[in-house]
Design a protein around this ligand. Structure first.
Ligand code: IFM
Length: 442
């Protein structure tokens, strides 16, 4: 008997983004940002990444040999539309070959249209702080799905809109390096508008395609459970970071505080599924000095198991998040979940405990249809460069050698069985712990 069986036709795969794996993407804002001093750890650049632009076929062979039946990847806007309105037949042909290569191996492709990078011409015209970017994105999305829509049933318009706004416009750690709350709110409005426009155009032409977004949702708990101020700031974080986009999408209109930043409307229920990127939780403590961050100082629980990036390992958060998403009444795909762990010392526990949390949520009624681990190969982890190792498979950025880690074999077993194997001893559930030092989570 198997410990926990997943539903039939469950998708098991890994997720990537073009800029993080392809190499050679020099026509976008990230490439320009990487040239700036101090922007990327160890002055790494995405120049080679995993060289997957040329190696995709053998990489997919490897993933298939590890029993994965699906794969999430993104197309690079700057390759496909290097200048306004000029669509590259070569780039579209390349992505056609890539998606076909997955299908030939029995792996269902899931495609993201925007995963953090903007073509240089978009960035120079104001990026996501410029209202016309929404229109340009919708035109791009329509063109790509016209060309490639028959090759993939599920499409994600935008990856992690709140992370784009937070990293690029609140913290300023990512391009364009702005620190301005008003700009961050305008960016969220423009991203929502972009999704709405893209959704309407794609659905009008290809009603059979399933369209969603990938939301980065994080659990925010009060650092001191009995302090009303901590509870209030944790609730505010939850509302702004986790709920505002989902609610606006559900209603087809902006909700507070986005109503302060612009005007936009869209169709009600403009997602056919929810893409969930879940990694961790943070504790939030009221601190009047943190006015630019909703008066919340973010912390980690003392003695909590944590990744190389100091992110808490908190599988219960996946369960809680999946259950909370039931209110959306939509199928859910876990579009990202993973850990930076260069020694592969915690990934096994991370994988097992999160897959177990997902199974528990499914048993309780969560309509989860698939799981995409982040990620297959160590890759270019944005401002962390190559220092953060999220891969089930180690990828040496110099030699490009691929070496499956032991956790890749464990994941292959889960994928093959479509179940948590009975032989696996599950780690104990996380216990409540007291907060300790500040978090350096982004
Ligand atoms: O690498 C990123 C990915 O691009 C978006 N979600 C989080 C991952 C890990 O930080």
């Amino acid at each position: 008997m198997i410990a926990g069986q997943f539903p039939e036709k469950f998708l098991w795969g890994t997720a990537t983004a073009a800029h993080q794996v392809e190499g050679g993407n020099r026509g976008n804002d990230w490439w320009a940002w990487e040239q700036g001093p101090g922007h990327i750890k160890n002055a790494d650049t995405s120049d080679r990444a995993c060289e997957q632009y040329g190696r995709y076929a053998s990489d997919f062979d490897l993933l298939r040999s590890l029993n994965q039946n699906a794969h999430r990847l993104s197309v690079e806007w700057s390759r496909i539309e290097p200048a306004p309105g000029e669509f590259s037949r070569t780039a579209l042909g390349h992505y056609r070959d890539v998606l076909q290569a997955l299908r030939d191996r029995g792996m269902e492709p899931m495609v993201t249209l925007h995963h953090f990078t903007n073509p240089t011409w978009i960035a120079q015209a104001g990026g996501w702080d410029a209202p016309q970017t929404s229109e340009y994105f919708a035109r791009f999305a329509a063109r790509v799905t016209d060309e490639l829509g028959t090759l993939a049933p599920r499409w994600i318009t935008i990856n992690e809109p709140t992370v784009i706004a937070y990293q690029g416009y609140v913290r300023g750690d990512w391009p364009p390096g702005t620190r301005n709350l008003g700009a961050a709110a305008r960016v969220l409005v423009n991203l929502l508008r972009a999704h709405w426009m893209a959704y309407e155009r794609i659905k009008a032409r290809h009603p059979e395609l399933q369209i969603g977004l990938a939301h980065h949702l994080r659990v925010f708990d009060p650092a001191r459970r009995f302090m009303p101020q901590d509870r209030a700031v944790a609730a505010a974080f939850n509302r702004v970071f986790n709920e505002t986009m989902l609610k606006s999408l559900r209603l087809g209109q902006l909700v507070f505080p986005l109503t302060l930043a612009g005007r936009a409307r869209g169709p009600r229920q403009s997602q056919d599924f929810i893409g969930l990127n879940y990694y961790t939780r943070e504790l939030v403590k009221f601190n009047h000095r943190y006015h630019a961050e909703l008066f919340g100082e973010r912390m980690l629980p003392a003695a909590a198991p944590r990744s190389d990036l100091n992110w808490e390992l908190y599988p219960e958060g996946l369960y809680r998040t999946l259950r909370s998403l039931e209110r959306e009444k939509l199928p859910i795909l876990v579009t990202e979940n993973g850990i930076a762990d260069h020694q592969d010392a915690m990934r096994r526990e991370y994988l097992l405990s999160h897959v177990a949390a997902m199974l528990r949520a499914i048993a309780a009624g969560s309509p989860v249809r698939g799981y995409f681990h982040w990620t297959c190969f160590d890759n270019f982890e944005w401002a962390e460069g190559y220092s953060a190792k999220f891969g089930l498979i180690a990828c040496d950025p110099v030699t490009q050698e691929r070496r499956p880690r032991p956790s890749a074999q464990l994941y292959a077993q889960i994928c093959r069985l479509n179940a948590l194997p009975a032989s696996v001893v599950l780690p104990p559930a996380a216990q409540p712990v007291e907060p300790a030092g500040p978090s350096d989570l982004r």
